[in-house]
Design a protein around this ligand. Structure first.
Ligand SMILES: [Zn+2]
Length: 52
């Protein structure tokens, strides 16, 4: 798993619960906790409501 913004990597097959999943162009993109905070509005604005 790699953060879609800063490129931070995490071990394991699934991202930590603090990471945020976004869907861009049909692909799941994960953001680490710090990036998620920075981009919360942008992420939510892009997310299809059905994902929440
Ligand atoms: Zn990040």
């Amino acid at each position: 798993m790699t953060c879609g913004r800063c490129g931070a990597a995490t071990a394991g097959p699934t991202p930590p619960v603090t990471w945020t999943c976004s869907v861009e162009n049909g692909h799941r993109v994960y953001f680490c906790d710090s990036c998620a905070r920075d981009n919360l509005r942008a992420i939510e604005g892009r997310l299809d409501s059905s994902w929440w």
